[in-house]
Design a protein around this ligand. Structure first.
Ligand SMILES: C[S@@+](CC[C@H](N)C(=O)[O-])C[C@H]1O[C@@H](n2cnc3c(N)ncnc32)[C@H](O)[C@@H]1O
Length: 228
């Protein structure tokens, strides 16, 4: 009796053979918003993760990048615009701007370990992205004067970054940058930064929602440094 009960319960637990066959393998490459992205399953990403451990949250792409891409689709930069992607991480937004609009893009990041991920994705997508290893704090007026638009996805996540970005906007205005477009999942330092801009810059904050391909929502901050 006992033996039969044990055998029955073991049989019940066993998966039918057909279900096993149906198990779908997770893809190694995903295409979203026209940008090819390697997943953590991809051997290149596995290798890069072992060799280049990132240290300031540049360990993956963040969904704010997709908010930024969606905003840029509706408000496209001109091909001649030179774009600086602040805190570029894996550089997917940089790649999007190069691929979709033909812009010349530089990805800047304080963590040099993110650049192999940028390079691998740029190659996969057949575009070239310049990279610059520098902290926001060290982007001076001369460097910023080489760019028309500065963009960034999820780069205001510490209280200290509020002040860092506020000062960066002041230098960008001096440098003749036209505008800054920053996407954020409404983290408190970012919300505080938006409030702080009121008396200093012409700016807009848009509530942005993207149901697909990767659901994302948050704010898009647009700072207009000059009116032309
Ligand atoms: C949350 S990740 C976002 C990455 C990318 N923008 C995205 O949306 O996927 C923040 C990025 O900003 C960079 N970063 C943080 N503080 C920085 C600073 N002070 N100067 C330059 N880069 C910084 C990090 O190294 C990281 O790559």
């Amino acid at each position: 009796m006992t033996t039969t009960a044990a055998a029955t319960s073991a049989n019940t637990r066993r998966k039918p053979a057909s279900k096993k066959k149906d198990k779908v393998k997770k893809p190694e490459i995903i295409e979203e918003m026209g940008v090819l992205r390697m997943t953590t399953k991809h051997p290149t990403i596995r290798k890069l993760k072992r060799k280049y451990p990132t240290s300031i949250h540049g360990n993956k792409f963040w969904s704010s990048s997709y908010l930024l891409m969606d905003y840029l689709t509706d408000n496209p930069p001109k091909k001649k615009h030179r774009i600086l992607d602040l805190g570029c991480g894996w550089g997917l937004t940089s790649i999007y701007c190069a691929k979709k609009f033909g812009c010349k893009v530089t990805g800047v990041d304080a963590d040099k370990e993110v650049f192999p991920y940028v390079d691998a994705h740029a190659e996969l997508n057949g575009v070239e992205i310049d990279t610059l290893h520098r902290k926001f704090e060290k982007l001076d007026v001369e460097t910023l004067s080489n760019f028309d638009i500065i963009i960034g996805g999820d780069i205001c996540f510490w209280d200290s970054l509020n002040d860092t970005l506020f000062k960066l906007f002041k230098r960008a205005k001096k440098a003749g940058v036209k505008k800054a477009i920053i996407a954020d999942p409404q983290r408190q330092p970012f919300v505080d930064l938006c409030d702080r801009l009121d008396d200093h810059f012409t700016h807009e904050v848009w509530d942005w929602e993207l149901p697909e391909p990767t659901p994302a929502n948050g704010d898009i901050l647009v700072v207009k440094f000059n009116k032309s």
